[in-house]
Design a binder for this molecule. Structure first.
Ligand code: AQP
Length: 347
């Protein structure tokens, strides 16, 4: 018989399990180059070493008004893009958030562990309120609490996200810590995993803003389903700066964004790019960026089309993923319910 305490054996078991990665994307439109570079690329890289849960977060998407048929379509599109990007359902659990009720259930509990003031400080909340003045709903306000539930249900260690989600991750850590302190260790405290380059891909029309799938200016965003011609046109029209030299300089965000995109898509170092275009004009540079972007996006788009056509297979993957996710999520939720004092007939 083991002479370790229950806490020790629980932490030994946790140590033996592979660490967990969780991340999600909202099906609030067609996914963008920003999502690919900021999040999906890292998912694919991490799935070999972590127990990975990748989620289409449809419950988050309804914080902004969605047409039901569009949301249903975008949910399948989103899952197909995960797979096209290289997420392997043999290695990762791929599922839809609303198929696992524990997300909403845990979020309700965590609402009571979140300060009104701290939720109100979230930059994304303020931005979305300004963007959707006609529909400033409570869901926008509690969005990061649902996100905390998504993450904490799986005892997540790493959350691969773009730089814009850093603040939400900090809130998630605070909520988890508060709950653990109020009862006993329950949630693993997660860390963000943000790429060193590409953590914030900027709009092609306003390089002070991040590239976003819901940007009303279609020229601002490269969608992962854009044709080669659309990609070339968008890069050609991308806003640059008044200077003429091609250098990575944060005070010139337009050109810095394009240099970064070329670096990510081609693998060429930033120093090599600066040297190659030292005495060249914007025209030649933009056409190199456009070629690299087309080479980067086209194979993904082609895989997406093939995967998206096979709806029965996509459905099978998502059903299987939801069953697996539900088993893990229920375990955490049961512990939380017991700790907060919810009576259960099974106890
Ligand atoms: N421009 C970006 N640069 C780097 N990373 C990005 N991400 C999104 N845009 C960029 C990362 O992609 C993941 C999925 O994000 P999401 O779709 O769930 O939510 P979001 O951040 O709100 O994305 P959008 O495109 O701006 O959507 P809308 O317009 O619907 O609000 C996240 O990890 C995010 O960091």
């Amino acid at each position: 018989m083991s002479d370790s305490t229950p806490q020790q054996s629980a932490s030994n078991q946790a140590a033996e399990r592979k660490p967990v990665v969780f991340s999600g994307v909202q099906p609030s439109g067609t996914l963008t180059l920003g999502t690919m570079i900021g999040a999906l690329n890292n998912w694919v890289y991490l799935q070999d070493t972590y127990d990975s849960f990748f989620c289409v977060v449809d419950m988050h998407a309804i914080t902004v008004r969605q047409k039901p048929a569009d949301l249903r379509k975008a949910t399948l599109d989103c899952a197909a893009i995960f797979l096209a990007a290289g997420v392997d359902p043999q290695k990762s659990v791929v599922f839809v958030q609303s198929h696992v009720p524990a997300h909403a259930e845990l979020a309700w509990v965590l609402n009571s562990f979140t300060g009104y003031g701290e939720a109100g400080r979230m930059t994304q909340f303020k931005e979305k309120c300004a963007q959707h003045e006609d529909n400033v709903n409570v869901g926008l306000f509690t969005y990061p609490i649902l996100m905390a539930a998504d993450i904490l249900l799986y005892q997540t260690q790493l959350v691969p996200v773009g730089d814009d989600q850093k603040q939400h991750l900090e809130l998630c850590r605070d909520i988890a810590q508060r709950f653990n302190n109020a009862y006993s260790p329950t949630f693993r405290i997660p860390d963000p995993y943000i790429p060193k380059t590409g953590g914030r891909i900027m709009s092609l029309q306003d390089p002070t803003k991040k590239m976003s799938k819901s940007d009303p200016n279609q020229g601002a965003t490269i969608f992962l389903t854009d044709t080669d011609e659309q990609i070339r046109n968008k890069i050609k029209r991308a806003v640059t700066d008044s200077g003429s030299d091609i250098r990575y300089d944060e005070s010139r965000p337009g050109i810095a964004n394009l240099v970064e995109l070329l670096h990510i898509a081609s693998g060429e170092s930033i120093a090599a790019i600066e040297q190659r275009f030292e005495s060249k004009g914007y025209g030649e540079f933009k056409s190199a960026v456009a070629d690299a972007m087309v080479d980067f996006v086209a194979p993904l788009r082609n895989r997406f089309v093939a995967i998206r056509e096979d709806v029965p297979e996509l459905t099978r993957i998502l059903k299987d993923g939801a069953e697996k996710a539900d088993r893990v999520a229920r375990r955490t939720l049961r512990t939380v319910y017991r700790k907060v004092g919810f009576w259960s007939a099974d106890q």
